[in-house]
Design a protein around this ligand. Structure first.
Ligand code: PLP
Length: 457
């Protein structure tokens, strides 16, 4: 690392999220300098295809001037105001109304936060407050899934079902439980079809609720399609079956659409794609294409009425953030949603997703590939040591990490979750962009196969 370079100063001053700090000290970061459309450029001028839309989030691509203008206009008018103590601001109100009107039927209220993690912490506190308010204080447990991702704060990190986010942090909290991951390729029994697998998962959920005691279980939370856990579409009929279990035991259904929402699955919400009627819906990321941090919790009138009565009795609903409903973030969200609607980006995601999956499908026969999977414009290719037994590489993730690094050499940014190579490009991609992404992927896959064949020197 050159003395005083951005890389050297990064290593001198930063602790990075989700990073092996000692390894990072040796390699330093790639410092991104600018972005345009689906491409980003580092400070040395190298161009990369951003096939992950940043962190699954830059729906409209980089450098969109309409979002810059929307932010500047709102900055000039009212750069900040809060929504505590009887205050509000117009963009915040506009966005709340718009989200309610566009969301799945039956969600009537919105609470804003700055991140998906805070939003899921808000869900936990909202549901706890609600159950206290309506006189069932023992109904507090949340059931989530292994490999689900809901964030990293104390409560949301507890809902997350990935050991890497628990290790070293004394998580999960005791109120947070996990049931099996709905990934057919990895967890179905030999010869078990998708629907039979879904039956078994629903039965497991019901048994768990009964074992814990339905009077103690408040909510079931899941991403309609698991994203950060490796792009894991649920087996057919999974959501209708788990929802039926939840309804039987008066357990709220929380859909975490932080990655799925605003077109990723080729429908505005993944709840539409899978027929989910949630009591609570969480969105973020593509809401502003991540140009500004914001997240929203949408919830039913029943929950609102309980919370409102409770806050009346206690004198306040004592939860919220300095930047809850930040007017600049809300203004950017409004413009971003306009762009998604005007440019037909949800339909484009559906069409380009079909093209992406068609282009990836032939790799299912590659000697290094265990599974090709996806839905809408999100997909993954899982690399395995042995296709016949589905055995993973040892250690898990080493081949994925190698692939990730080589992809940079090919000007391609993907994400490796363990040894699953993930694709989640901006919703603005064209068929030519998809072809370019898949061609680069194919080249990296060949290099990886040669490296593995050579004994991973
Ligand atoms: N929920 C889901 C489904 C996510 O994918 C993420 C982040 O990737 C979060 C919650 C947490 O969001 P944030 O990183 O903004 O806290």
């Amino acid at each position: 690392l050159l003395p005083n370079s951005a890389q050297a100063r990064d290593v001198a001053y930063l602790l990075h999220p989700a990073t092996n700090a000692r390894k990072h000290e040796r390699t330093g970061p790639i410092v991104m300098a600018r972005g345009e459309g689906i491409h980003v450029y580092d400070d040395a001028g190298n161009r990369y295809v951003e096939a992950m839309a940043g962190l699954w989030s830059v729906a409209v691509g980089f450098g969109e001037p309409r979002l810059v203008d929307a932010a500047a206009r709102q900055m000039g008018r009212l750069p900040y105001y809060h929504s505590f103590s009887g205050k509000s601001s117009e963009p915040t109100i506009d966005l709340a109304e718009r989200l309610v009107k566009m969301s799945p039927v039956g969600l009537d209220r919105v609470f804003f936060t700055n991140s998906g993690s805070e939003a899921n912490d808000t869900v936990v506190k909202l549901v706890w407050f609600y159950n206290n308010a309506i006189g069932r204080p023992e109904k507090k447990k949340f059931i989530a899934r292994q490999n689900g991702y809901h964030g990293i704060t104390i409560a949301s990190g507890s809902l997350t079902g990935l050991p890497t986010n628990h290790r070293g942090f004394d998580l999960p909290l005791p109120q947070m439980k996990h049931v099996s991951c709905p990934h057919h390729y990895r967890y179905a029994h030999e010869g078990e079809g998708e629907e039979a697998f879904a039956d078994r998962l629903a039965a497991e959920l019901e048994a768990r609720i009964l074992e814990e005691g339905p009077e103690t279980v408040a909510a079931f939370i899941g991403e309609p399609l698991i994203g950060a856990g490796g792009v894991l579409p649920p087996p057919a009929t999974y959501w209708e079956k788990v929802q039926a279990v939840c309804r039987r035991h008066d357990v709220l259904v929380v859909a975490d659409e932080v990655i799925n929402g605003f077109g990723r699955l080729g429908t505005m919400f993944a709840c539409d794609h899978y027929g989910i009627r949630p009591d609570v819906l969480v969105v973020s990321k593509q809401l502003t294409s991540s140009y500004m941090p914001i997240a929203a919790v949408l919830f039913s009138d029943a929950i609102y009425q309980g919370v409102a009565d409770g806050s009346d009795r206690l004198g306040t609903f004592g939860h919220g953030f300095t930047a809850s409903g930040h007017p600049v973030a809300a203004a950017v969200a409004m413009e971003n949603l306009d762009i998604i609607e005007e440019r037909g980006l949800v339909a484009n995601a559906a069409a380009m997703g079909e093209h992406l999956r068609a282009r990836l499908a032939p790799f299912a026969d590659h000697p290094l590939v265990g599974e090709v999977r996806g839905a809408g414009l999100i997909a993954a290719v899982e690399l395995v040591a042995d296709r016949a037994t589905k055995a993973k590489f040892d250690p898990v993730g080493a081949v994925g990490a190698w692939f990730y690094a080589r992809a940079h050499d090919h000007g391609l940014i993907i994400r490796a979750v363990g040894d699953s190579i993930c694709f989640c490009p901006p919703l603005i991609v064209t068929a030519a962009d998809i072809d370019d992404i898949v061609d680069r992927f194919a080249a990296v896959l060949e290099e990886t196969a040669a490296w593995v064949a050579a004994g991973r020197p």
